[in-house]
Structures are given as structure tokens and as C-alpha cells.
Design a protein around this ligand. Structure first.
Ligand code: ATP
Ligand code: MG
Length: 594
């Protein structure tokens, strides 16, 4: 039923543990040493209790030794108080270190995530990171704690108690100790199972979080499409996985307890039988026998914990591995050390035979050539999926080109300091994202530290001030999770205000007016027109009103710029541009705007 643990897995767990200690435990060596010392005291007091049983018992039998017994009673009390105090101290120290380690692990994982590139995030669900941050970080803490406790308290207790047993009766002690290798043999077989289910349990927990967050964010769609039953089934599946794995892990732990109990029963039974024979038939002293038996019984709990040690360690190492998967993922988006900062003099953007693929072999940009001139608006138009948003992405180095170049004022965006590049670009994305908080908070993110006047001014220019003031709370109105308390057009204008506030020399707008009525669009358009002086504006647009006002238009289709010119020139050419828009608006409308 249980399969064998491959030896390299055992090595892997210990190597991982070594790494954990280096990366997370090293800062707390003093604390760990202190708690190990305290735990050693616990082990010592346990050993002393076992050793004292002999004089106590023999003293009780002999009446003339009664006087010594009072002192001994005090010693017993003192030993137990010592044990309690040491346990208390070590628990306190270990918990504090443990909580610090969780915090450190969480901070490091989060830092690492911040420096990952967009592709890294797009391949994964947000809940997966939440699970790593919460569950896996606890795994790291628990593993380190386990090592200290098992090593210092349980191992030392066993050694001490074994010494007492050997001292009292070497022959029987040898017999009892023989049970240990049998225990180890069986426990190794349980470990593999536990590890597999620990991993499955983590995946299940992640799915629970995924379903939960999608249920909240997609509540409207779930209701509109009557998806309650489907979501319930999804949740039930994940919950079943977690429940099942938790039961299997518990079974693994329980099985070690069962094994330990059985073997302990055999050992103790044998000791009782042999010991009674020694006392009654061979007239050996009762004290030695009871002391031996006491040591054996006291050894039982630490032995049981030690036998579960590897099982629990494997469980914790699954968490450690999940943390390291994030920490070890190569960083593509780290602040490029030593790269020169971007110097924007004019703000001319060029793409030269730019090639890019999200997935190998599927070119999304297939040799794009374009120029966006300073003080002008350059529009990107074309069929959906043509690569327009991708072009805005490569200019900001969200994605790295596989061929060709993207430059700003002749500096390759791939060769400049990343933070300086993004500081010079203000961006409004196709799907507007708002953060938790108020409208003011969301606009203010455009430039941290902007004054109230600047925020209001940006909102005015984005044609957002009036609707904001119509809310009872004005700029303090909450936007809801991901802006759900606002309309699509309101969200868009807040995003535009955020970009305006940034006041960057390059403005990239991905369909900034798509969710606006034509009145609002005209007003936002006027604001954007006013913004173009002194900067470079690149705008992806589907709406004719936005496009007609552009100085230069590029038609992007299948990853290529197939036509360019002003509206007038492109209409006169009667090429792709003309046929693309004539279908929507009619040739007459196109010509009338030319
Ligand atoms: N993160 C991604 N991973 C894989 N493929 C992607 C990703 N983003 C976009 N694509 C693909 O790249 C192609 C171009 O996408 P892009 O978003 O640039 O198009 P677009 O011109 O902006 O379209 P639209 O007008 O609909 O916004 C599409 O075929 C799309 O399926
Ligand atoms: Mg797009």
C-alpha cells in the first residue's frame, strides 16, 4: 500500500532544511541556542526524575531512611517547577522567532513578486500567491521549530533516559532499544504518502481561494448566467480534496502513533515480565526495577514525537519548497543595476522591425516599424487581436522583444534603467484597474505626494471632477474592490486623471474613451488634445472621434503596421484603413471628416 521513500527525497528534505536554516534561521541562532538550552534542561529534569525513582522507592521500603525522604520530596517539586519554567521559556522564545520568520518569509516572497515581470503573473492565479504567502510561510516556521524541539528536548531526553535504563539493567535496555530500528523502517514508508498529500492539500487550498475570489469578483456574471450550482460544485471539489488530504496526512501521523504504541507496549510488557521475575525470583532491588520502568515510560512520549519527526518535517518542507519556487524564479524585471537612466529630450518613440511572441512560435508582433513624433498624437487602429496593446506593452518593457528594437530618443528601452523608463511614461490601460481606497487615493497614485490642488486639477482635466463632486463624499468616496462601485466610464476617467497627474513626457493610452458616451468622450478628447503639447501621445483607439484628431495613424494588423498617415491621407488612399472604417461608419462619414 505504501510506497518506498526514494533515498534522494530524504536527502532533498535535509538539503532543503539546511537552506532554510541558512536563509531564515541564521539571524536567530542566539534565540534558537537559548531555547535549545532550555529544552535540554527539560530533558535533564526528566532524566533526573527517572533516576530518582530508585532511591525514593528503596527509601520508602526501608523505615530508617524516612528522614531523607522529605528532602527528596522537595527535590521532586523543584525538578517539576524547573521543567515547567524551562518549557515556558523555550516556547516563548521559539514562538517569537517563528513569528519573525513568517514575517521575513512573507516580506521576501512579496519583494520577489514585485520584481517579477508581467508574464510571470499572467501564467498564474492571484490566489496561488496568497496561499504561498500564508500557508507556506507557516510551514517554514513550523519546520525550524520542529528541528529545535525534537533535537534539543526529545533526542536528549531519550539519550538521558536510555542512560538511566542501561545503568539500571543493561540487558533489558538493549532489548528495548532494539525496537527502534523497526520503528524507523516503517516510518520511512509513511513519509512519501504524507508528502504527496501535503502537496495536494496545498493545491486544494489554493483552489478554494481561487473559487472564493472569483465568486466575489464575478458575482454579477455568476448570477446573470445562473452559475451558482457550477460554483458550488467547484468549491465542493476543492474542499473535498483538502478534506481528503488532511485525512490522509492525519492517517499517516496516526499510523506512526499506532506503530509507536505497539512497539512501546511490547517493550514495556517485556520489561515488566522480566523485571518482576528478577525482583520476585532473583530478589533484585525494587528501586532499580521501578527506575528502569519509569525511564522506559518517560521515554515513550519523546520517542513517539521523534518518530513523527520526519513525517512532520516532510510536511513542512512542502511549504518551504513553495516559498523557494517563488524566491528562485529568475527575475527579469529587477531594477537593472548600473543601466543608464533614460534621458528624454524630445520624446520620439520608434519601433524598428519589432518582433515579439507571448508563446514560442506564435509571433504577435511580426516586424513592426513605427515612429511616434514629439508634440503629436499617434493613433494605433486595427482589428481586435492585431497587437496594439502589445505595442504599448513593449514600449514600457512589460515584455522584451525577441527581435528588432524599441527606442525612446534613440535609447533602446531594453538597455536603460527600468524605473527611469517607467517614470517617464504615463499609461492608461485597456482594462482600468483601481486599488482599494477612495477616489483621491486612486488619483494620487499617479504621483505619490501630489497636493490636493494638483489632484483636483488632474480630475478636472480628465472631466472627472463634476461626477466626483456629485457623490456625497466627493473625493473621499470609496471605489470598491477593483472599482466596482463606479461606472465603467467613471473608472476610465479616474484612470485618465491618474495619468494626467503623473505629468510624464510620454503618454500611452489604450482605448481611453471606450467606455464614455460621446459627450464625455469629446470633453476627455479636448483635455487629451491640450496635453499633447510638450509630450508624445500614443493612443489605441476604435472610436473615429479619437482617431480623426490624431496627427498620424498606424493601421496594425496581424502584428504589422500595414498603413500610416493622417486621416485625410488614409481616406484618400482607399486602402486597409478605408475598408476597415467604411464598414463601421460608411465611406461618406469618413470622407466628411477628412
Ligand atoms: N498575455 C498574453 N498571453 C498570450 N497571448 C496574448 C497575451 N496578451 C495578448 N495575447 C495575444 O496577442 C495577440 C495581440 O493581442 P493585443 O492585446 O496586443 O491585441 P489588440 O490589438 O490590443 O486587440 P484589442 O483591439 O482587442 O485590444 C492576440 O492574439 C492575443 O490573443
Ligand atoms: Mg488591446
Amino acid at each position: 500500500m505504501l510506497d518506498r521513500t526514494p533515498p534522494e527525497d530524504q536527502i532533498g528534505a535535509f538539503r532543503m532544511l539546511g537552506r532554510l536554516i541558512r536563509d531564515f534561521g541564521r539571524d536567530h541562532i542566539r534565540g534558537y541556542l537559548l531555547s535549545a538550552l532550555l529544552l535540554a534542561l527539560v530533558a535533564l529534569s526528566v532524566t533526573a526524575v527517572a533516576a530518582m525513582l530508585k532511591p525514593v522507592l528503596n527509601g520508602m521500603v526501608a523505615a530508617e531512611k524516612f528522614g531523607q525522604m522529605r528532602a527528596m520530596a522537595f527535590e521532586v517539586v523543584a525538578l517539576f517547577v524547573l521543567r515547567g519554567a524551562a518549557t515556558f521559556g523555550s516556547m516563548l522564545t521559539l514562538s517569537r522567532i517563528g513569528n519573525r520568520i513568517v514575517a521575513t518569509a512573507q516580506r521576501r516572497v512579496f519583494d520577489r513578486l514585485l520584481n517579477q515581470n508581467l508574464m510571470f503573473f499572467q501564467d498564474r492565479h492571484s490566489s496561488e500567491f496568497v496561499a504561498r504567502l500564508v500557508i507556506a510561510a507557516n510551514g517554514v516556521r513550523d519546520s525550524l521549530q520542529l528541528v529545535v524541539q525534537s533535537g534539543a528536548r526529545d533526542l536528549l531526553s531519550i539519550v538521558g533516559l536510555a542512560a538511566v535504563m542501561i545503568y539500571q539493567d543493561p540487558l533489558v535496555a538493549a532489548g528495548a532499544i532494539c525496537a527502534l530500528p523497526i520503528l524507523v523502517f516503517f516510518i520511512r514508508r509513511i513519509i512519501t504518502k504524507v508528502k504527496r498529500f501535503a502537496k495536494r492539500s496545498f493545491q486544494g487550498s489554493t483552489q478554494i481561494m481561487q473559487t472564493m475570489s472569483e465568486t466575489v469578483l464575478g458575482a454579477r456574471i455568476i448570477k446573470a448566467f445562473n452559475l451558482e450550482a457550477e460554483m458550488r460544485e467547484r468549491m465542493a471539489r476543492s474542499v473535498r480534496t483538502v478534506e481528503g488530504s488532511a485525512n490522509r496526512i492525519a492517517a499517516g501521523n496516526g499510523l506512526t502513533a499506532l506503530l509507536a504504541d505497539t512497539l512501546a507496549g511490547l517493550a514495556i510488557g517485556f520489561a515488566v515480565y522480566y523485571g518482576s521475575w528478577r525482583v520476585s525470583v532473583q530478589h533484585a532491588d525494587v528501586g532499580s526495577f521501578v527506575s528502569f520502568l519509569g525511564a522506559l515510560l518517560l521515554a515513550y512520549e519523546p520517542a513517539k514525537r521523534l518518530s513523527a519527526f520526519s513525517v512532520n518535517l516532510q510536511n513542512g518542507m512542502v511549504g518551504a519548497r513553495l516559498i523557494y519556487e517563488v524566491l528562485d524564479a529568475p527575475l527579469d524585471d529587477a531594477p537593472s543595476m548600473g543601466a543608464p537612466p533614460l534621458q528624454v529630450t524630445e520624446g520620439r518613440i520608434t519601433l524598428e522591425r519589432a518582433r515579439f511572441a507571448y508563446r514560442q512560435g506564435e509571433d504577435v508582433l511580426d516586424g513592426v516599424d513605427l515612429v511616434a513624433e514629439p508634440n503629436q498624437t499617434t493613433a494605433l487602429v486595427g482589428p481586435s487581436g492585431g497587437g496594439k496593446s502589445t505595442i504599448l506593452g513593449v514600449i514600457q518593457r512589460f515584455f522584451v522583444l525577441s527581435g528588432g528594437r524599441a527606442t525612446i530618443d534613440s535609447q533602446d528601452v531594453a538597455a536603460v534603467d527600468l524605473a527611469s523608463l517607467r517614470a517617464r511614461i504615463a499609461f492608461v490601460s485597456q482594462d482600468v484597474f483601481l486599488f482599494r481606497g477612495t477616489i483621491r487615493d486612486n488619483i494620487a497614485l499617479g504621483r505619490i505626494g501630489a497636493s490636493e490642488d494638483e489632484i483636483v486639477e488632474a480630475a478636472r482635466r480628465a472631466n472627472a471632477h463634476d461626477f466626483i463632486m456629485s457623490f456625497a463624499e466627493g473625493y473621499d468616496a470609496s471605489v470598491g474592490e477593483q472599482g466596482t462601485q463606479l461606472s465603467g466610464g467613471q473608472r476610465q476617467r479616474i484612470a485618465i486623471a491618474r495619468a494626467i497627474l503623473k505629468n510624464a513626457p510620454i503618454l500611452l493610452l489604450d482605448e481611453p474613451t471606450a467606455a464614455l458616451d460621446s459627450e464625455s468622450e469629446r470633453e476627455v478628447q479636448t483635455a487629451l488634445d491640450a496635453l499633447r503639447m510638450g509630450r508624445t501621445t500614443m493612443v489605441v483607439a476604435h472610436r473615429l472621434q479619437t482617431i480623426v484628431g490624431a496627427d498620424r495613424i498606424y493601421v496594425i494588423e496581424k502584428g504589422r503596421a500595414i498603413e500610416s498617415g493622417s486621416h485625410k491621407e488614409l481616406v484618400a488612399r482607399e486602402g486597409a484603413y478605408c475598408s476597415f472604417f467604411a464598414a463601421q461608419f460608411g465611406l461618406g462619414a469618413l470622407r466628411s471628416l477628412a
